[in-house]
Design a protein around this ligand. Structure first.
Ligand SMILES: [Zn+2]
Ligand SMILES: [Zn+2]
Length: 240
């Protein structure tokens, strides 16, 4: 069967599921890990993609959330209800996902300029809290595809994580980086809480041996990932 166009093979056993304006990832090991869940209402498409990849819902072991923005965990409550799998979130963002702290404004900068735009979006964001079963820390390694390392990359949000699969030289960067006109770029200023932190996080990613970089909002870069990262880290290094 030909996989649907919305399913991109990023690396062996790793698929990017293209959703409305964002992505989810399927990591196919003996069990399945889903990374991010798209906006509210994306659950059905993720399950269709899982089926197209030849796996069943009862094989899903966990969902890892890269960060708490609505285009990354909008369908978490829905999927959790349907699949009952465990949820993994960085320690700094778990209190928001669990509803112990109110979800922060997703437009930290330009609050005044964008308030008219932001308000309707926030009103459509009645996030149902979800229990976090696995609290992630920098350097944690999960037994997925030979070892999936959690890399804490604050900046875009305080508890943003990238995921590094050493055996595949694969780095899933979520929103820590963008890819425009053939080059890496910092995360969008409008949606990013601390640009200096975001720059420091790029330097951290440049230390990894990477072939493939997978982004939430762009197609993957499938070769020479480290060269891209190291060149870009020098470009954006904070002064001093
Ligand atoms: Zn984001
Ligand atoms: Zn995003």
């Amino acid at each position: 069967m030909q996989p649907p166009r919305s399913l991109i093979e990023v690396a062996p056993r790793v698929y990017q599921v293209r959703l409305r304006g964002t992505s989810s990832f399927l990591l196919l090991d003996s069990r399945v890990t889903i990374v991010d869940t798209g906006t509210v209402g994306s659950g059905r498409r993720i399950l269709e993609a899982l089926n197209a990849a030849g796996r069943r819902p009862d094989e899903v072991e966990q969902i890892i959330i890269t960060h708490y923005h609505p285009d990354h965990m909008g369908s978490l409550p829905e999927l959790r209800q349907r699949l009952g799998m465990r949820t993994a979130v960085h320690v700094l963002e778990a209190p928001f996902v669990e509803g112990r702290l109110p979800m922060p404004n997703v437009f930290p900068r330009h609050r005044n300029v964008l308030s008219r735009v932001a308000q309707p979006i926030l009103e459509r964001w009645p996030f149902t809290p979800v229990p976090v079963d696995l609290v992630l820390h920098d350097g944690d390694e999960l037994p997925v595809l030979g070892g999936l390392r959690v890399v804490h990359t604050p900046g875009h949000t305080p508890g943003h994580v990238c995921l590094y699969v050493r055996d595949l030289a694969l780095l899933v960067v979520g929103d820590a980086l963008q890819y425009r006109r053939g080059a890496l770029d910092l995360p969008s200023r409008v949606f990013t809480e601390d640009m200096d932190e975001a720059r420091r996080s790029v330097a951290k990613l440049a230390l990894l041996e990477v072939q493939t970089i997978a982004f939430s909002h762009f197609r993957p870069v499938q070769r020479a990932g480290s060269e891209h990262l190291r060149r870009f880290a020098l470009e954006v290094a904070p002064a001093g």
